[in-house]
Design a protein around this ligand. Structure first.
Ligand code: SF4
Length: 244
């Protein structure tokens, strides 16, 4: 079994608890206007403007053997392996192989997901995760489709599915000033979080410009409307509205 990845990064500390190895999958069904990882969107391998390859094929065993190299650090730090991307659920067999292999090796697992996948895929993969870093980008259905290119409803259904499995969820909220920093959006996020059986952690992911230059390097146009990196005051206001 093989799949397509961008890279495997060791010693990550932002993708779940402790020290982690994060596997970045290539390919994503969404097209978020603000995406700062455009190199992760297409499923096929491509190249930067200097010819350097973006994406490679790897087998489940190759990925697992790289993950296993840092087992000692996972044990001492409470870490593990995280699947990210791109969207791991878009390569379900590959993701399942890695998650099951981690489980068999006693390595804790997390998956960062946009939540957009067929119910059967979510039902296969969620129970193999000890933590879900679940993105919620917009709560207004029409805006969600405008911003990401996909409908909101299946994502909310999968969020409820994950909650029903009792998997700890960190709801990650990308906030882009001028697009989704609306009071009603934050209130809707709070209401969704409160409606779940297992209260999720809420984490704001403030907009940043670090990925903008990558569009040039891929020969693509950056389509995000004019926005800015938020100030400390803006972030404090959002947190207050979210009650965090
Ligand atoms: S879900 Fe993530 S990787 Fe996919 S387009 Fe949106 S920001 Fe980019």
């Amino acid at each position: 079994m093989e799949g397509r990845i961008i890279n495997i990064t060791r010693f990550c500390t932002d993708d779940g608890p402790g020290i982690r190895t994060t596997v970045f999958f290539k390919g994503c069904p969404l097209r978020c206007l603000w995406c700062h990882n455009p190199e992760s969107q297409r499923f096929e391998c491509e190249a930067w403007e200097n010819g350097e390859a973006v994406g490679r094929t790897a087998t489940v065993e190759e990925v697992l053997s790289e993950i296993r190299e840092d087992e000692i650090f996972y044990r001492t730090s409470g870490g593990g392996a995280t699947l990210s991307g791109g969207e791991p659920m878009a390569q379900p067999d590959f993701a399942e192989g890695i998650l099951s292999g981690c489980r068999a090796a006693g390595i804790r697992t997390a998956m960062e997901t946009c939540g957009f996948a067929a119910p059967a895929v979510a039902e296969r993969l969620f129970p193999l995760c000890d933590l879900l870093l679940f993105d919620l980008k917009e709560t207004d259905p029409a805006r969600h489709e405008d911003f990401t290119g996909v409908p909101l409803a299946p994502i909310l259904e999968n969020l409820r599915r994950a909650d029903a499995f009792g998997i700890p969820i960190c709801l990650r909220l990308p906030v882009i000033p001028g697009l989704n920093d609306r009071e009603e959006h934050f209130r809707a996020v709070r209401a969704i979080a409160d409606s779940l059986t297992h209260p999720p952690q809420l984490q704001i992911m403030p907009y940043h410009r670090l990925g903008e230059h990558k569009y040039d390097r891929l020969g693509r146009e950056y389509l995000c409307p004019e926005t800015h990196e938020p100030t400390a005051e803006e972030k404090a206001r959002w947190e207050k509205l979210l009650g965090i």
